[in-house]
Design a protein. Sequence first.
Length: 362
Amino acid sequence: MTRLVFRDFDEFAEAITGVDGRFIPTARSTSEWWSEAVRPGVVSLQQIQIGSPTTFAGDGEPGRFTLGLPMTDPTQIRIDGHFLESDGFITLHEDQPFTFTGQDVVRWAGISVPQDTRLVALDLLNNARGGGPRTRSALPYLERLRWVAERAISANLDLSEPASVLAVEEEVAISLTHVLERSMKVQDRHVGRPQFSRSRVIARTLQLIEANEGQPLFIDDLCKATQVSERTLRNIFHEFFGVGPMRLLKVRQLREIRAALLRADPQRDTVTRIAARFGIWDFSLFARNYKALFGESPSRTLRTPPTEVKVRSSLSWLHYASKIFIDDMRPAAHPHVLDSGDDADTPLVIQPVDSFPLRAKN
């Protein structure tokens, strides 16, 4: 089995079968980002490793049903702001946007089949629609599916042999059917007083970020747009994305500059010119933050030989994230403080995007 190792996060995202989306790494990588995949017949089996803490926004791939199975501890993974259970996984269809947040290295197995496949009963696939991607099933059947997927991916199958292809398809179909027959969607329940709309808060924040692309934003700008306190805004972003809003802005900017550097021609482009296109004005601070996140200087990235994959979607993380969070435009019950735990005497930390220090948590 060939393992493909990636340095370009967009290229890595586009190599994932059954999912469309984009990553933003939120801390320096401690392991490689890699993918292993086989396609026996109409089944796509893939194992990926995400080599750093990250946030992902994406959607199911059109025309396919995909089951995402954590191969590392699922209880350390957040989907749409909620931790997975030990018997948890995700199911994805087209037009089912979601967010993923991991605070460590994470491995996933993906089992993807055409939506109109005959390998699995259509009612089972359709029952997996709606209610969000988080799903639970009987743990022994999940472990069996993990074993089948990992074995098929690592077995160096001769896919020119029809018998081998048929055997894998049948084994995957049986294991997938058992998991889906015993599956149930997770219903989110809030304990205590009613919750305000977190989706509305994030939607308004993303709208402000998009409207001010390349311009400095401040914490109080975000708080005014969302009508929540700084503490509430930070808590919501940590819940969904693993970092606060200002750090998310910074790492998103650095990731997009890295993508531009990887695709640039070092004979014609310079780091300064590329960084300036993204609103960078303090280049020494930019270089320090860049190296802290990616473990190398921007100039080294620029000198990296380009990969063969050149054609990529122009859709950004913000595009996918904006599909998930809808501003319902309902006025807040208390326009300035929506959480009784907020401390009104806590001063706002107001810093422009380009001067925001890179650290583990903000």
